[in-house]
Write a new protein. Structure first.
Length: 181
């Protein structure tokens, strides 16, 4: 079984229980009637589940029991996209920071860069709807980089699908621009 994009093997290795066992444990304590925060507290206090894994188990449970939709977070929905580009990380990062380069592949979409950690990450506000965009850059050797985007505070699944398509197309444009030279 896989819930919240986490396999049985992974959840068992980190928490001591697979998904079927977690569903049974949480059902037995009435977790269907609890808030997200209450479930997390029980996982920490009674089951000694590590912090990050508490969130994973809770979200997996909520999705399995119909309490949370796919891509739904506490503050809305989140969509993601990623792309590997055959260019050094500094070049890829610069294509985001340099507004004249960004306009070529990104267009006129208005954003505000709130925080920038060179060659590592960006925190962006998408001004159209005040949603949040986290961009992470990962080196994949000297001449390759991966860009991961998480776009949060979206209103519903439909907006997730729309924004995901936008980001996938934008990342293809970025890849094509940078790999041409």
């Amino acid at each position: 079984m896989q819930l919240n994009n986490v396999s049985d093997e992974a959840v068992k290795a980190k928490t001591g229980h697979d998904w079927t066992e977690w569903l049974e444990i949480l059902d037995s304590i009435g977790a269907k009637e609890m808030t997200h925060k209450e479930i997390v507290a029980i996982l920490v206090e009674k089951h000694a589940v590590p912090d990050w894994w508490c969130q994973m188990v809770t979200v997996g449970y909520e999705q399995a029991r119909g309490l949370r939709e796919k891509y739904q977070k506490l503050d809305g929905y989140e969509g993601s996209a990623s792309k590997t580009i055959s260019r050094p990380i500094s070049v890829v990062y610069n294509a985001w920071i340099d507004e004249s380069i960004r306009k070529v592949w990104f267009g006129d979409q208005e954003i505000q860069i709130k925080k920038a950690t060179p060659d590592r990450s960006l925190r962006i506000t998408w001004l159209e709807n005040q949603s949040s965009v986290d961009v992470a850059f990962y080196p994949k050797g000297d001449e390759k980089s991966q860009v991961n985007i998480n776009h949060g505070k979206l209103t519903d699944q439909e907006e997730v699908n729309r924004i995901r398509e936008y980001w996938l197309a934008a990342l293809v444009r970025l890849k094509n621009l940078l790999e041409r030279g």
